[in-house]
Design a protein around this ligand. Structure first.
Ligand code: COA
Length: 342
């Protein structure tokens, strides 16, 4: 009879390389007030955002191109080469093509072996879902080094008129990448991941078209139909976000017998500074226990957590043995958390 020695066949995964890339082009709130009826005070008061990076016209950047730029940095910092990567997980809601996904473009752009690649479509929770997916492959021993990317090219898909101001002021372009590798010590690395969804509220934050049931000819025939722009019921999203963020952080802590005081660094998805501040207050966390950078990058959806994690790490805010918590909520609705012993 085959007896599986669980402790020998299961691993943890750990992050050994981080990188991010954003386009140089900075768009301030004042810049936006020149193209729509908005102002710096309104945007800062409601969201905390001061500026975002938007890909300028004529740039070569796309979600895949930015993802490749971030990935090169992460792989180098991991002390690996692209040839060492066994699998690619790419999270985005703004892929270069309807199909194929961005993951396969990374395989080509980085001149990797013909390794597998998948795209994750979980919007603001995309990076948490992507990390969780990579973690499972490593845990089972199937792959050793997995490249995880989150990237978004929002700016070309936003309604940049007053009509779209409730949504378009929030989003920014950018990409981040992490290299995960096998960790034999199961008390370290990614301890657990927690994922949820609630499709009932799909229409509360959605880009409904073009879709196969409302394809381009139908859209062109109906100029009133602007369902190709993101729609968001902002207040409904806000209310659900604060509840789900809290629940899923608590779920992750409980699972690992940790308490709020054990958190060395919480990196919430950068949806809105007011959401992050609410969570911080609710858990009674000090300023040095939470990292936010939505002020300078806006909400970069699947890229936001990985850009923030990279920036926090670059600034020396994450150290060996720290308990790091990642948490996200977004369209779907989807939400999740990741508990890491760094
Ligand atoms: N500039 C100026 N005024 C604006 C504006 C802008 N960019 N956008 C909306 N307004 C106006 C509205 O037209 C409305 O005016 P009215 O009262 O005359 O009708 C007023 O401001 C309030 O609009 P409302 O949509 O109720 O604002 P809000 O307080 O809910 O703030 C969000 C809007 C989007 C900032 C907020 O709901 C939010 O952050 N929600 C969560 C979104 C989120 O996190 N999304 C990411 C998904 S994870």
């Amino acid at each position: 009879m085959l007896v599986l020695n669980k402790s020998k066949s299961m691993y943890n995964s750990k992050i050994i390389g981080l990188g991010y890339y954003v386009p140089d082009n900075v768009v301030t709130n004042d810049d936006l007030s020149k193209i729509m009826d908005t102002n710096d005070a309104w945007i800062q008061e409601r969201t905390g955002i001061q500026q975002r990076h938007w890909i300028p016209e004529g740039s070569e950047d796309t979600s895949a191109v930015m993802g490749a730029k971030a990935a090169r940095i992460a792989i180098k910092r991991a002390g690996l080469t692209a040839k060492d990567i066994d699998f690619i997980v790419f999270a985005t809601l703004s892929p270069d093509y309807f199909f194929p996904g961005c993951g396969v473009q990374i395989q080509d752009m980085l001149e990797m072996d013909t390794v597998g690649a998948i795209d994750i479509r979980n919007q603001c929770s995309g990076f948490v879902y992507a990390i969780s997916t990579a973690d499972q492959y490593i845990k089972t021993g199937m792959y050793k080094n997995v490249l995880v990317i989150g990237a978004e090219f929002h700016s070309n898909g936003l309604d940049k008129t007053t009509r779209g101001r409730g949504v378009s002021i929030i989003f920014g372009d950018g990409a981040g990448a992490a290299v995960l590798t096998r960790e034999e010590d199961t008390s370290k690395g990614i301890l657990s991941t927690h994922l949820h969804s609630q499709g009932k509220y799909a229409d509360k934050l959605i880009v409904a078209s073009p879709s196969i049931r409302n394809w381009v000819p139908e859209l062109l025939a109906n100029p009133e139909d602007i369902s190709y722009f993101p729609y968001m019921d902002g207040q409904f999203v806000f209310k659900n976000a604060i509840v789900r963020f809290s629940e899923v952080i608590k779920e992750g802590l409980d699972k690992n017998n940790l308490s709020v005081t054990d958190i060395d660094m919480l990196i919430p998805h950068q949806a809105n500074l007011r959401i992050a501040q609410f969570i911080q207050r609710k858990f009674g966390l000090r300023d040095d226990q939470v990292f936010n950078n939505i002020m300078t990058f806006g909400n970069t959806t699947a890229a936001s957590i990985i850009i923030a994690l990279t920036e926090a790490w670059e600034k020396g805010k994450i150290k060996e043995n720290d308990t790091v918590v990642l948490a996200a909520f977004g369209s779907g609705f989807t939400w999740g958390s990741v508990i890491i012993k760094w």
